[in-house]
Design a protein around this ligand. Structure first.
Ligand code: NDP
Length: 497
């Protein structure tokens, strides 16, 4: 008897005909909250102490709208007090400390973050809305890795920059967004301290709690008072840092605020690095490993609810495989679980704030009005809190707002191309230039494309991969300066002329 082996195509067809289970409900698997101890009220961390704030506001959980704590809204006087504490710590010891001693503090901070990682992960998901599996498996390990990595450089600056006599710039003002609160704090504080600077950092208004818990890590690590200062509040507190007596500003956030800061600092002599928005192209060629590409597309846009500056929000698919990719993508989207950020099975958590939800809703409505075809898998969104279902738009023209503007939500636009040259031209047709992805089995094509894409980071056959040793940053309206790697030290150093 002859056995007939099914071809791969046949097997795939069979698999695709198998209906996706109607209900992906898993038994609830919530991470216990009791590891986190919340204070009723938090002050600003200035000169090694929590200082009672003059004004406060309430920070909430975006998944339930439940109030979590009262947090300080820093006044300009409080911000200037924090800058003065940082200046004093810089002048009175920290900048003169041998690099090997600074490294010890950074190593300690890294170790404590590892030891307390569950506590931090739960708090990050509670205050920011991101799924616990992301804060636990991505944000926390990477934040600790940044401190480990820059601890290693602290006593090797002369080797990193030979014959250039590196020295710290002074007090760094650091303003960070709400999408990766602790990780962005690590990206900012670790290189600054390794290079011998002191800092004043402001977390985003909606996500101050892990930065405030970090003050306890700083205390535990016995970092000298004033080396790290943290003030909380809205954009007014950020503006007070920018106009304060600082030597450098490091900003991550929207292009609009980045431009305003650049205008304000022009001619002031203060150094500036900006890490701003993006509208990344994720480019899929017909010779790629299709199922892996679909996973990469999902990871590229739905990771962290799409609140990612380098999110692969524009999908360029080679025309010949467009229908296959869209079909596989929709099938995969049906399996994504939206819901409680603290549930270990959740793939897509809560939108960070009402304002961000409204922005996403507005742009999605514009996409529909302009003529794109919308698809959202059936999913039941919780009644309280801020939620948005994973969304994909097909029939998108380059000119549509959803293909031009940063949505910063779980919304993907699918466009097509025929040749590599056309893919490059369309991918570069954006004011941004932060990241891009290429999916193909041909190494030569990856190199050809990567040379031509105007993006600070180009991933090949993967997406959204980070490593502290790898520099990250943008072109054009995505900002300037690099964070991570040896490059990430440079903005925090001055060199002999
Ligand atoms: P912002 O640029 O307003 O926020 C980033 C940080 O800057 C926050 O800490 C913010 O404080 C602070 N800030 C706001 N105004 C000023 C100011 N005038 N001077 C100094 N600091 C200031 O981003 P939003 O939170 O308003 O988000 C808007 C859009 O920006 C998003 O929809 C998204 O498209 C984009 N974005 C991009 C990010 C990226 O990583 N590239 C990150 C976040 C947002 P506060 O939180 O109180 O406003």
């Amino acid at each position: 008897m002859r056995v007939r082996w099914a071809s791969v195509a046949e097997l795939e067809r069979k698999q695709e005909q198998t209906p996706v289970p109607k209900d992906w409900t898993y038994a609830p698997a919530p991470e216990a909250r009791d590891i986190v101890h919340l204070e009723e009220r938090y002050g600003h961390y200035i000169g090694g102490e929590l200082v009672e704030p003059e004004e406060t506001y309430e920070t909430i959980s975006p998944a339930t709208e439940e109030p979590l704590a009262e947090v300080g809204q820093a006044t300009p006087e409080e911000v200037h007090g924090a800058i003065a504490a940082a200046r004093e710590a810089f002048d009175n010891g920290w900048s003169a400390l041998p690099g090997s001693e600074r490294a010890k503090y950074l190593f300690r901070i890294a170790r404590i973050l590892q030891e307390r990682s569950r506590e931090f992960a739960v708090l990050e998901s509670l205050n920011g809305g991101k799924p616990i599996k992301e804060s636990r498996d991505v944000d926390l390990p990477l934040a600790a890795a940044h401190f480990f990595y820059y601890a290693g450089w602290a006593d090797k600056l002369e080797y990193a920059f030979p014959n250039r006599r590196p020295r710290p710039v002074g007090v760094a003002g650091q303003i960070i967004p709400w999408n990766f609160p602790l990780l962005m704090l690590a990206w900012k504080i670790a290189p600054a301290l390794a290079a011998g600077n002191t800092v004043v950092l402001k977390p985003a208004e909606t996500t101050p709690l892990t930065a405030l818990l970090f003050c306890d890590v700083v205390r535990q690590a016995e970092l000298p008072a004033g080396v790290v200062n943290i003030v909380t509040g809205d954009g007014r507190a950020g503006a007070a840092i920018v106009e304060g007596d600082v030597d450098k500003i490091a900003f991550t956030g929207s292009t609009e605020v980045g431009k305003a800061i650049q205008r304000e600092l022009a001619g002031s002599g203060k150094r500036l690095t900006l890490e701003l928005g993006g509208k990344a192209a994720n480019i899929v060629f017909d010779d790629c490993a299709l199922d892996q590409a679909v996973e990469g597309i999902v990871n590229g846009i739905y990771f962290n609810q799409g609140h990612v500056c380098c999110a692969g929000s524009r999908l360029f698919v080679q025309e010949s495989i467009h229908d296959d990719v869209v079909e596989k993508l929709k099938r995969r989207m049906k399996t994504l679980r939206v819901g409680d950020p603290l549930d270990k099975n959740t793939d897509i958590g809560a939108i960070n704030s009402r304002a961000q939800l409204e922005k996403i809703q507005e742009l999605v409505a514009a996409g529909e009005e302009e003529g794109a075809e919308i698809y959202q898998p059936p999913c039941k969104l919780p009644e309280r809190g801020y939620w948005f279902a994973p969304t994909v738009f097909t029939n998108v023209a380059q000119s549509y707002r959803i293909a031009q503007e940063e949505i910063f939500g779980p919304v993907l636009s699918v466009l097509t191309f025929r040749t590599p040259a056309e893919a490059v031209e369309k991918a570069n047709n954006t004011p941004y230039g932060l990241s891009a992805g290429i999916w193909t089995e041909k190494g030569s094509r990856i190199l050809w494309m990567a040379e031509r894409l105007r993006a600070g980071v180009v991933w090949a056959n993967t997406f959204n991969r980070f490593d502290p040793a790898s520099p990250f940053g943008g072109y054009k309206e995505s900002g300037f300066g690099r964070e991570g790697g040896r490059h990430g030290l440079e903005p925090y150093l001055e060199f002999e002329p």
